[in-house]
Design a protein. Structure first.
Length: 344
């Protein structure tokens, strides 16, 4: 199993350079309230030489497939072929509130989007007539989508962020990898089974397919203190939109913390973020993150590898600390992987 790191713009240069020095395989840039993915990855491309770069994930409602393909081709060329395109549909509230894009039939939209992106990345002109995307929209063919970015000599792998059973099967069918969040080892194993069913639809196995959960990580001898440093991150994500549609709230409910998840969401909506953070169940954080001493995290890493994880990404922005603290987490997570016996 390899390690990745999730980066926002905060301290990104130092963190990316350190991750590369420590042998991390890939740097992911998520996209949301704090920063977009492409800007962060452009800086990382210029400051590093070997580490892979991946959007984790670019939000499908935010970009036309043509722009996503052009951005991917540009980042791949700038980085010398190190880029991997992670895509995701986001959620109903963000799709509507941020981008003014309807969330209906997200699986069909994703399928068409990925088809267009892959065709565009091939370097050929794209004419496409789908249910959700039509290129050219008017039917005129004078200026079809045509990405002519100088190729880097490598194709761009496509990863999908996915949660539900049908979306996981779609990831297996369409993509080269899966990006997950808030996933305990047993949930990863369930997801891998659904992804494998999608792979089977195209006559493929899991060989070469990337399984990449991104996990909030806090390292220290006091497990409760480590969990506390992740509370604000969980409260923020659980407070996005309606709790009935919020993936993180639904996962907490599935694990037995439905009432607590509703209370977290309610407190965020009232502006009580400190109270919301204090309400996040410690058990929920512990099951879906890496928290505690290095030896404990090493055991957890081995469990994730056993569940089918190929790359485990350390969500460095989740821990409530400064740059020095995040740099230390990178070092400690690397030490945990070495102790785990599953380093690849």
């Amino acid at each position: 199993m390899k390690l990745g790191v999730n980066l926002t713009y905060q301290g990104v240069s130092e963190l990316a350079v350190t991750a590369e020095r420590l042998g991390y395989d890939v740097a992911f840039a998520p996209e949301g309230y704090r920063s977009d993915a492409a800007s962060v990855l452009g800086l990382v491309a210029g400051r590093t030489e070997r580490i892979g770069l991946a959007s984790g994930v670019m939000q499908i409602p935010a970009r036309t497939p043509g722009l996503a393909a052009l951005t991917a081709a540009t980042l791949n060329s700038l980085s010398g072929g190190r880029f991997r395109l992670g895509l995701g549909v986001s959620n109903p509230d963000v799709s509507d509130g941020w981008y003014g894009v309807p969330f209906d039939r997200p699986l069909e939209r994703t399928r068409e989007y990925v088809e267009i992106v892959r065709r565009a990345l091939s370097g050929e002109p794209v004419v496409y007539a789908g249910e959700h995307y039509r290129l050219p929209y008017s039917g005129a063919t004078g200026a079809p989508l045509h990405v002519i970015t100088e190729p880097a000599g490598t194709s761009v792998p496509v990863y999908l962020g996915a949660v539900g059973p049908r979306n996981l099967r779609l990831a297996g069918e369409l993509a080269d990898g899966w990006i997950g969040v808030f996933a305990a080892p047993e949930h990863v194993a369930e997801s891998v089974e659904r992804i494998a069913a999608g792979r089977a639809l195209r006559g493929s196995t899991m060989a070469g397919f990337e399984v990449i959960p991104c996990l909030a990580t806090s390292v220290g001898d006091d497990i409760a203190a480590c969990i506390d440093l992740l509370r604000a991150h969980y409260a923020h994500l659980m407070g996005i939109g309606d709790p009935e549609r919020n993936f993180y709230c639904k996962l907490a409910a599935r694990l037995g913390w439905e009432q607590e998840a509703r209370e977290v969401s309610l407190r965020v909506r009232r502006g009580d973020r400190a109270g919301a953070a204090a309400t996040v169940p410690a058990g929920f954080i512990d099951r879906t993150s890496l928290a505690g001493p290095v030896d404990r995290i090493a055991e957890r890493m081995a469990a994730y590898a056993g569940a089918g994880v190929t790359t485990l990404s350390i969500m460095i922005s989740a821990v409530d600390t400064d740059l020095a603290g995040r740099l230390a987490v990178l070092e400690q997570a690397r030490a945990a992987l070495e102790k785990s016996g599953v380093a690849g």
